[in-house]
Design a protein around this ligand. Structure first.
Ligand code: C5P
Length: 409
């Protein structure tokens, strides 16, 4: 499908490479409209960009006023790619400044925005730029690069514009993901979805607890994506490290037993329960009334733990005996097993034991799975067959998991 792609070019020496970004998009069959800043045109000539893009190049805010060009270009865009994006443009985008045609185009658009920064390392690492990039990422802007390598002068380091073919491939992938999300929007409408997220904490005494490293990112992404797809979402949250979405009913819990109660309450009218939370398998047999003191404990301290209820397995068992007939139950298995085949075998045994409809299996470790933006999962069905494999941002993985849930009917 030919897309209407706006390529924003800003004033950095890497602007000459934007010609290849435009060319690759045109050769891939897309309709490309260049919006260049005045500074960009000092580095690369308008005739070059017009010849390569096969369209007029726009720079002026006060041209084409009758056709309301300052918003028309952005409204018509399916995708906006800014390459190179200078530190100045990144700051303006973060602040929502619209003092030129590119700023207006971005503000007037709901299309996915991909930026490829290019600047000297010091500018890229400056706290102002770091904050601006974080702001943009938080708004869903996709940042490609910068690459590490030779810069304009004699210096080298992070700040080099990513290669044009990498920028184009990333931008088209972002568009494809956005389109898939839009196509899926509404396919959970009218369904009540309960998502558990985060990690439980089991108190030892008034100041200490046994916990785990789950940040809640994957569960929050599932809640966010389910809500975007039209579901009425209840998010049962145990110690999230990320902001929950504002359009879900939030129930905050701390311990496994509290989570069990919250799930039981929410299960009554749920259509789908996704158990993404990392629930402690054991809790201290008793909680000390006051702080445990090393002065009274001596050199060793033995903890006695008692098993927590397995909430997922209990729900699975309740279903087997006829409760919740229309409920779809999805469990997670976070395992440290290094071998792929063995990891899947653990997953197969787990879904059989828990009685879930789907099990999302992922590998976790010291550096894997937790508190990261990306994830890689395999989704098994009740018979242990692989129904989906997904890798990418936790948001895109969330959508693939929801696709598998929707396919259950
Ligand atoms: O048995 P394991 O902890 O590996 O199972 C993980 C799955 O079971 C997750 O979906 C988790 O939310 C759920 N679980 C639970 N109650 C527990 C432990 C895990 O519901 N006590």
């Amino acid at each position: 499908m030919a897309l209407n792609v706006v390529v924003g070019i800003t004033g950095g020496i890497a602007a000459y490479k934007a010609v290849n970004v435009v060319r690759s998009l045109v050769l891939a069959g897309h309709d490309v409209h260049v919006v260049a800043t005045d500074a960009a045109l000092r580095f690369v000539g308008r005739p070059t960009l017009e010849a390569i893009s096969r369209n007029p190049v726009h720079t002026e805010l006060y041209e084409g006023v009758a056709e309301v060009r300052h918003v028309a270009i952005g409204q018509a865009a399916d995708l906006i790619v800014i390459a190179p994006a200078t530190a100045n443009t990144i700051a303006k985008l973060a602040a929502g400044i619209a003092d030129d045609l590119l700023g207006n185009t971005v503000l007037a658009s709901t299309a996915p925005l991909v930026i490829a920064p290019a600047m000297h390392t010091e500018m890229w690492q400056n706290p102002a730029t770091v904050d601006n990039i974080a702001t943009l990422r938080g708004r869903g802007v996709h940042v490609v690069g910068p690459a590490v390598g030779q810069l304009t002068g004699r210096d080298s380091g992070p700040g080099r514009l990513e290669e044009p073919e990498v920028i184009v491939a990333a931008a088209l992938a972002v568009h494809a993901e956005h389109a898939a999300r839009l196509a899926a929007s509404g396919d959970l409408s009218g369904r009540r979805v309960v998502v558990t997220a985060g990690g439980t904490r089991e108190p030892l005494d008034p100041v200490r607890f046994l916990g785990n490293r789950s940040s809640g990112r994957q569960g929050v992404a599932i809640a966010t994506a389910a809500s975007a797809r039209g579901a009425a979402v209840t998010l049962i949250a145990a110690h999230l490290e990320v902001q929950p979405p504002s359009d879900v009913a939030l129930v905050e819990v701390s311990t496994a037993v509290e989570l069990q109660q919250a799930v039981a309450d929410a299960a009554v009218d749920a259509d789908i329960i996704v158990m993404a939370a990392a629930v402690a398998d054991y809790r201290p047999t008793s909680v000390a009334e006051s702080k445990i003191k090393k002065e009274t404990q001596g050199d060793t301290l033995e903890l006695s733990l008692v098993k927590n209820p397995d909430i997922l397995a209990e729900l699975g068992a309740a279903r087997r005996s006829g409760a919740y007939p229309r409920l779809r139950l999805i469990g997670f298995a976070a395992e440290t097993e290094a071998d792929d085949a063995a990891l899947l075998e653990l997953g197969r045994a787990k879904i059989a034991r828990k009685g879930a409809d789907l099990l999302v299996v992922n590998r976790v470790g010291w550096n894997e799975g937790f508190a990261t933006d990306g994830n890689s999962v395999v989704v098994l069905d009740g018979a242990g067959a692989i129904v989906s494999e997904a890798a990418g941002s936790k948001m895109s993985v969330a959508d693939r998991i929801l696709d598998a849930i929707v396919a259950l009917g």
